[in-house]
Design a protein around this ligand. Sequence first.
Ligand SMILES: Cc1cc2nc3c(=O)[nH]c(=O)nc-3n(C[C@H](O)[C@H](O)[C@H](O)COP(=O)(O)O)c2cc1C
Length: 358
Amino acid sequence: MNAPHVAEFLTLQEIVAAARANLAPGPWNYRIGGAETETTVRRNRQAFDSIALRPRVLRDVSRIDAGAAFLGRRARLPVLLAPIGGLESFVEGGGAAAARAAAQFGVPLMLSSVCQPGLEQTAAAADTLRCFQLYVRGDDAWVDEHVKRARDHGYSAFCLTVDVAMYSRRERDLVGRFVKPWRATAPAGSTYQSGLSWDQVKRFKDQHDLPLIIKGIATVEDAEIAVQHGVEVVYVSNHGGRQLDHGLGSMTVLPQIVAAIAGRAEIWVDGGFMRGTDVVKAIALGATTVGLGRLACLGLAAAGVPGLVRTLEILEEEIRTCLGLLGVTSLAELTPQYVAAAGPVGLPGALSAFPLLD
Ligand SMILES: Cc1cc2nc3c(=O)[nH]c(=O)nc-3n(C[C@H](O)[C@H](O)[C@H](O)COP(=O)(O)O)c2cc1C
């Protein structure tokens, strides 16, 4: 792996460029790509590009705090490392490496159930704020066993990802014949994710008191049903445009969901977050936590654990700069007054946040 001194990275663009240099075309396309025409991927970015910032001036911003609450605990940024399957096939240490970076920097990790070395060893690797995301590949008892293991190993919340009823057609992977060993096909007679319904959410809430996150909510209607089931966190996500193609950008649907839920659950969001300004826009519009998918992957691919830590440091600098220039000293001061609708100025794409990339 080409791992320059991480302190030499001054911008996120350089980290993305280093990741691209380190990854073979198959793994690169798997990480960056989306479903079919990749319209949802582009809309995620287009939604950010359609929001402008409204700065206030002549306010004392000499002391800025970009810290946030995460499930009642404190995190250094309002940022979560989103669940990523198969990290072990690209990064030495897999999920444990992500956990080490999360702990070293001070943000939470959501571990994917299809990421090695598994929930016990990842918990042992680093003392970080953590929650666990499950892809259902078994019966109720199988789910319950995972909840128990997660609780026993310090995971403070449990997540069901619900936008994978079918595995999408990722054409970059299909064309490249890219094999994903962590992807499972349901054996005959079992349904896995495609058989999930709100009944399982109800059952979870009846059986367990670990906070429940439903990841993959993309409409006001489903956000409302989730809240009626007592879900603690509505995680607005379209899986980074990797599942349903031709969906709306996450940031397009976020304000409607925030308004409808009106504080009855926390609202987290992901999809296309690449920049500090992206994070600030989401917090201004009512999200409490922002998930990083591809950006976290690219930090790890650029230079392992130090690469991801450096990614988070640069992101933090961007967030702090943005807050100061907006005239606020903490995330709590952000409101929708700090944003306005605007026309995008360029064509959106998975990497359009990095215009200096050649
Ligand atoms: C390589 C890769 C693997 C992923 N694996 C999972 C997974 O195992 N479970 C899950 O809930 N989401 C998974 N996701 C989706 C992310 O958690 C997140 O929703 C998405 O990446 C956010 O969009 P972004 O990549 O534009 O930041 C994956 C995303 C990527 C890029």
